[in-house]
Design a protein around this ligand. Structure first.
Ligand code: MG
Length: 293
């Protein structure tokens, strides 16, 4: 369902939902809804403006999560973009990068409880070993440029959130979703390259299962004031297979399933975490970080 929020009184106006596969769903802007509610004599003028707005932007939807229920199935599915073929070989890391995984070992990683990372090494990649838990870096990071490559199981099983689900948790807290989103619709704020539960990607640039995919991420950590309140939200830019899918987007707070919890003050550096969602056989390779502070 689509929620419109009046800036003046925060009154929410519910716009009826349509099929979550309907990419033509449009919501009137919250400002226009507010104007229409405030004064009936403005209604004819507002309707004209609404008409102009919809005719010039028939598929536009607000992106701010405040307008949407979490995992809202009436949000439009992002347009599909073919990103071109996968690189034959992993992209070499820059000379100043901290290499977290080059295919050789998992020495830079551990289970969140401090036990050894228990995922399976194969050739030049590591594979999620279902039920063995997440893995996270031993080193902590704040602002950073992150590159990693991932692949979902070429033997497709499951659907929606149950097909190739994993995730890149920046600072262990803010998830950029990993999912087989090739011909696999799900709620848009939970598909590949979504900021989970908050922002769908601008487009769906997912390659077919069994092909390597890249994420190139620039992340600016949140800043907190002396009272522990968030002064500057976390911000992220994401390229999926070289295609811009998140453009300097601010997290509303930590990501969660069916929840958008508020920020809570945390350390300036925290480990990077990869998710064992239980779907198995999601693979990672060529993971490196350039620290930006
Ligand atoms: Mg996930």
């Amino acid at each position: 369902m689509c929620l419109s929020v009046s800036p003046a009184d925060s009154t929410r106006v519910v716009v009826p939902a349509t099929s979550f596969l309907d990419e033509d769903l449009s919501c009137p802007s919250p400002v226009l809804v507010s104007v229409m509610a405030a004064s009936s004599w403005l209604l004819p003028v507002a309707l004209v403006v609404v008409g102009v707005s919809l005719s010039t932007s028939a598929t536009a939807q607000p992106r701010d999560p405040v307008y949407w229920e979490i995992h809202d199935t009436s949000r439009a599915q992002p347009p599909v973009v073919d990103p071109g073929p996968a690189p034959a070989e992993p992209r070499p890391a820059p000379s100043d990068a901290v290499v977290l995984f080059d295919g050789g070992d998992l020495d830079a990683w551990e289970h969140p409880d401090g036990a050894p990372a228990a995922w399976t090494l194969r050739d030049n990649h590591v594979e999620v070993d279902t039920g063995r838990g997440d893995i996270q870096t031993k080193e902590a990071f704040g602002d950073m440029q992150l590159h990693l490559e991932w692949m979902t199981n070429p033997s497709v099983t499951g659907r929606g959130q149950g097909r190739g689900n994993s995730g890149v948790f920046l600072m262990g807290t803010y998830e950029v979703q990993v999912l087989d989103s090739y011909d696999n619709p799900t709620y848009p704020d939970g598909q590949a390259a979504a900021l989970y539960g908050q922002y769908p990607p601008l487009v769906n640039a997912t390659r077919p299962p069994g092909e390597w995919q890249t994420y190139d991420i620039t992340f600016r950590r949140p800043r907190f004031d002396q009272n522990g309140s968030v002064a500057t939200p976390a911000r992220v830019t994401v390229y999926h297979n070289g295609v811009l899918v998140q453009d300097r987007v601010e997290f509303t707070g930590p990501t969660a399933h069916h929840d958008r919890p508020p920020y809570e003050a945390h350390a300036a550096r925290l480990p990077l975490r990869l998710q064992d969602h239980g779907d198995g056989a999601v693979r990672y390779r060529n993971i490196w970080v350039r620290e930006l502070e």
